[in-house]
Design a protein around this ligand. Structure first.
Ligand code: MTE
Ligand code: MO
Length: 375
């Protein structure tokens, strides 16, 4: 007889396994996943703009991407304890007997298995990404993106299947015992709060003092004497430590020209506070000084409204070449920065010149710029 141990009827009696606990946690987790999905879409679309978006990417608000990506990572981190608690409430279902009562029931359970697998893969790959650890052979961003759609599809099926249970337990019922459930919910809320408070400092300045576990605490990865901005890829890693003595920026266009560092410094300079908002979750403002990109483009005879391509001195690397949409290219805050916090750029921050533009993912803020051309 198989119905022993956890398979016994009534093997799990605690209120934490009652549908009410699953519904309450499901609401919190659903909200966190929804925030992750929406902000993740924003990030993906900005990095891989489809046709309909090309040329329409907004360059404001300045800290727009800083906000959405900070929220993305914070909601993802909060979803980890929520997922753990949610799985704890429902794991007795693994011992349900018979495992499938009908074809429909079997399909419902397979959808749940897919949902759990997709959410776990999503949270795990995202967490490792914030740690800058890519121990897998597949491309992170595409996998994270398509797994998100899988999770959302499976979640919709799950919500539809569970709609009657959700409706029945949406409000607190007086008759259902409270004790264990309240303890579980309190513990989960505490864990979520703790995770958030000890990591959100990587993007929220006033939480910085509590920032114990964020992998890239602003200030921590920076060069001694440099600004507080962490560095993801150093000049040594990019092979751009030694900039040729005859370095010149090439600006292509009808009146294309080349200009050296002294020449760039002699042009009108603009100073602006702009964030570097890394997709990996950290962000920080820097005070950048340099030449307006639009000034360089006008000088090269490039008309306003043109998207441009920025090429780095870096010999190889996924961010060697980036595209800058027209609105960003025209924005008066988009700079070819020569200095950070009042000092000339260090090699790690992109010496001799780097791009810094408002409302733009950090990966696209190209360092060690060599060439600017119209797309
Ligand atoms: N050429 C080049 N530019 C680059 C990168 C790179 O690998 N190569 N990394 C980008 C990433 S992922 C981020 S978050 C920012 C970080 O800028 P910082 O090192 O000055 O803080 O630079 C971006 N610019
Ligand atoms: Mo980044």
């Amino acid at each position: 007889m198989l119905r022993r141990g956890p398979f016994r009827p009534g093997a799990f009696r605690s209120a934490v396994h009652e549908p009410r606990a699953a519904v309450v946690l499901g609401r919190w987790l659903g909200a966190a996943l929804l925030v992750c999905f929406a902000t993740g879409l924003v990030s993906h679309l900005l990095q891989d703009p489809p046709g309909w978006l090309t040329g329409r990417q907004p360059s404001r608000p300045v800290a727009g991407y800083r906000f959405t990506q900070g929220l993305h990572v914070a909601a993802g981190l909060a979803a980890i304890p929520l997922t753990g608690a949610k799985l704890w409430t429902v794991y007795p279902r693994l011992f349900e007997w018979p495992p499938a009562r009908s074809v429909r029931h079997l399909l419902e359970r397979l959808a749940v298995a897919l949902l759990v697998a997709a959410v776990l893969l999503e949270l795990f790959s995202g967490l490792l990404n914030t740690l800058q650890w890519y121990p897998w052979p597949f491309p992170f961003r595409q996998t994270h993106y398509w797994t998100a759609w899988t999770a959302v599809g499976a979640l919709l099926v799950h919500l539809a299947v569970k709609a009657p249970v959700i409706a029945a337990h949406w409000r607190r019922a007086v008759a259902v015992p409270l004790a264990g459930r309240r303890a579980l919910l309190t513990a989960t809320a505490t864990a979520v709060g703790a995770v958030t408070l000890t990591t959100a400092g990587q993007s929220v300045p006033w939480l910085r003092a509590l920032d114990l576990f964020a992998p890239r605490r602003p200030g921590s990865g920076s060069v001694p004497g440099g600004s507080g901005l962490p560095v993801n890829r150093t000049a040594a890693q990019a092979g751009t430590t030694v900039v040729p003595a005859d370095w010149q920026l090439a600006v292509d266009g009808p009146k294309g020209f080349r200009i050296d560092l002294a020449g760039l410094r002699a042009l009108p300079q603009t100073t602006a506070d702009l964030p570097i908002a890394c997709v990996e979750g950290w962000s920080a403002n820097g005070r950048w000084t340099g030449v307006r990109l639009a000034d360089l483009l006008r000088r090269a005879g490039v008309p306003a409204g043109s998207a441009v391509r920025i090429t780095s001195l870096e010999a190889a690397g996924p961010y060697r070449v980036t595209e800058l949409p027209a609105r960003h290219a025209d924005d008066p805050l988009t700079l070819l920065a020569l200095a950070l916090d009042g000092r000339p750029l260090t090699p790690d921050h992109g010496f001799p010149a780097r791009l810094v533009a408002p409302n733009r993912p950090g990966v696209l803020q190209t360092k060690w710029v060599a060439r600017i051309e119209v797309v």
